[in-house]
Design a protein around this ligand. Structure first.
Ligand code: GLN
Length: 313
């Protein structure tokens, strides 16, 4: 089987087997019990191509906490709400800092570097919240996810959200700091409440890959036929995922994998192979930049074996 016509079923199942057998698993997030108690031996992978063919490996149907991967979808909603005016509240440059860093905010007058670091994602959530009640906003985000994945079983894990809130002092600091510069319009507690809850959505690799499929197909879900965003917007969201989706590990991810990707501290990664497929992986152990250790390696193996990197094969 040549790279031009890769045997995807075989590649996905082989990668899942290889990842399950590895001993280097990274370290699971420890800041809340719900993440600290996840078994680091888990590994799941789902790849859905533009014909709708689904290839699954390992724990592909086990829901996990998607955490910051939700930021791709809140960004999509915020752009739908206010279009390019969003860029007055948040930048589009990689930060080179940790996901929850506060230092850049002072230099940049409370305007976060990009929509995927925590400060940027909180500012994006604030935009979606404006003009609505928190509960209504959260319902909108959850329904958007269910619509994209065509799956009404997707849910918010309220225990995860409660733990995030209980321990989220740094996110509260980021939000209050931005509020002092007028970047946050709503009461900080409301914005943070919605943010913590959308990070607490639980999804499987299969559901996540399906939800991301529109980004692999110029903004239109090829299975349902629904147009989600314009092709220009899809291309731009992919660009932000490539440059900012892994925080200060974004350069390394581009170098090794070469696909737009967004990670979450629950160990998930959503990666987009434009024109080809949407891929979700889950391996709970993280590396020192807070990104899934084996998730990244699995995607690196995928692009090696398929030649799918956007930078050439
Ligand atoms: N809810 C997490 C936080 O705000 C999300 C961080 C992440 O996934 N990197 O700290």
């Amino acid at each position: 089987m040549s790279k031009a016509d890769p045997d995807l079923a075989k590649i996905v199942s082989e990668i899942a087997q290889e990842m399950s057998a590895r001993e280097d698993r990274g370290r699971v997030a420890s800041y809340i019990p719900e993440l600290a108690n996840v078994d680091p031996a888990r590994f799941g992978m789902a790849l859905i191509d533009l014909d709708g063919h689904v290839h699954l490996g390992g724990d592909a149907d086990v829901p996990f906490s998607i955490q910051s991967i939700s930021k791709v979808f809140t960004l999509t909603l915020a752009l739908g709400r206010i279009g390019d005016r969003l860029w007055q509240k948040v930048g589009r440059e990689p930060s080179g800092n940790r996901f929850n860093s506060i230092i850049q905010l002072e230099h940049e007058m409370g305007v976060p570097r990009n929509p995927f670091i925590n400060a940027g994602a909180i500012a994006v959530t604030d935009v979606i919240l404006s003009g609505r009640a928190p509960r209504e906003t959260l319902g909108e985000i959850l329904r958007f996810m269910q619509f994209l994945a065509d799956d009404e079983t997707i849910f918010i894990d309220h225990e995860v959200a409660a733990s995030e809130k209980r321990t989220g002092f740094r996110n509260a600091a980021l939000a209050n700091y931005m509020k002092s510069f007028g970047v946050i319009d709503n009461p900080v507690d409301n914005t943070l409440g919605v943010y913590f809850h959308h990070c607490a959505m639980a999804m499987s690799c299969r559901q996540l890959a399906r939800a991301g499929l529109f980004l692999a197909n110029n903004g239109r879900n090829p299975v349902s036929g629904h147009s989600v965003v314009s092709s220009e917007r899809a291309r731009r969201i992919n660009a932000l995922m490539m440059t900012c989706g892994h925080y200060d590990g974004s350069g390394e991810f581009a170098y090794r994998v070469g696909l737009p990707g967004k990670s979450g501290v629950g160990g998930g990664i959503l990666a987009i192979a434009p024109g080809r497929a949407s891929i979700a992986v889950w391996a709970p152990g993280l590396d020192e930049t807070g990104n899934s250790h084996l998730g990244r390696i699995a995607l690196e193996e995928l692009t090696k074996r398929t030649g799918w990197s956007v930078f050439g094969h």
